[in-house]
Write a protein that binds this ligand. Structure first.
Ligand SMILES: [Mg+2]
Length: 267
């Protein structure tokens, strides 16, 4: 197992729960910085792959750099940046109606997509939005019924964060998008983990085959499942006991309690 791990040339990291607590309260995870520094010293390629949509890559990179991580915008893919790439490849000047927070707005604008509030739209892009109104959801449903493509940036049903002083679980982008999907009778296009496109993009960027890569994440249904679908070695970082979660039927290749434990296996 350890030898297999040492042979991997590309390590893909999730952000929330792996490098920092959450983008709403970005406290570093103990041992993560040391692990990434060590991997870099070993000549490994590192990439960050996150389903976060509510903050931009620019913002996440800035916070990680403040915490001592040596990362650049090129080394990170978020659900919002992947969605922007997907939309640009489909229709470079697509008119998009957004349900999402600042990260989604920033990434799509930076990609040259047109953000529309009124009138027709080519795409309705749905991500986490903790200020969404019934009116906006309804407008989105009408646009999709009129032919706009429904795209979900970051297919998490729920996520853990902090909002207006409240810490806990919040409705994820998938939950909001499903509301529109059900009402309009249109299945969404999901962009993010566990879907294979984002993993394929990362492997292609580094010229790495699936068996040369490892994914480190704290969610079975996105990080571990996504890695398994894409035939990438999956490392599940969990502080909880694995018992009840194994009933999901998603078996990681390796389970570690914290970044330090992973570091010991690599030494
Ligand atoms: Mg996570």
């Amino acid at each position: 197992m350890e030898n297999k791990l040492k042979l991997k040339s590309l390590f893909i990291f999730d952000v929330e729960g792996v490098l920092m607590d959450s983008v709403d309260r970005p406290r570093p995870v103990a041992g993560a910085l040391k692990l990434l520094d060590r991997l870099e010293a070993m000549g490994k390629k590192l990439h960050i792959l996150s389903n976060v949509s509510r903050k931009s890559r620019r913002w996440i990179v800035e916070i990680l750099r403040q915490q001592g991580f040596k990362v650049a915008s090129d080394n990170i893919t978020t659900a919002s940046s992947a969605t922007a790439s997907y939309l640009r490849a489909w229709k470079p000047q697509a008119r998009c109606f957004l349900i999402g927070e600042e990260g989604l707005v920033e990434e799509l604008s930076a990609a040259g997509l047109e953000l529309v509030e009124e009138g027709p739209a080519d795409a309705v892009v749905v991500a986490v939005d903790r200020k969404v109104t019934y009116q906006r959801l309804n407008h989105a449903m009408k646009l999709v019924k009129s032919g706009a493509r429904l795209v979900c940036a970051g297919p998490n049903p729920v996520f853990r964060g902090v909002f207006e002083g409240e810490e806990g679980y919040f409705l994820g982008g998938k939950a909001l998008c499903e509301a529109i999907a059900v009402a309009s009778g249109t299945p969404p296009k999901y962009v993010g983990k566990p879907y294979p496109e984002v993993f394929e993009q990362v492997l292609e960027r580094y010229g790495t085959k699936p068996d040369g890569a490892a994914m480190v994440g704290d969610k079975l249904e996105t990080d571990v499942l996504g890695a398994k679908i894409s035939k990438i070695f999956s490392i599940y970082l969990t502080r909880e006991s694995l018992g009840p979660k194994l009933s999901w039927g998603i078996l990681p290749d390796l389970v570690v309690k914290n970044p330090e434990e992973l570091l010991t296996l690599l030494e």
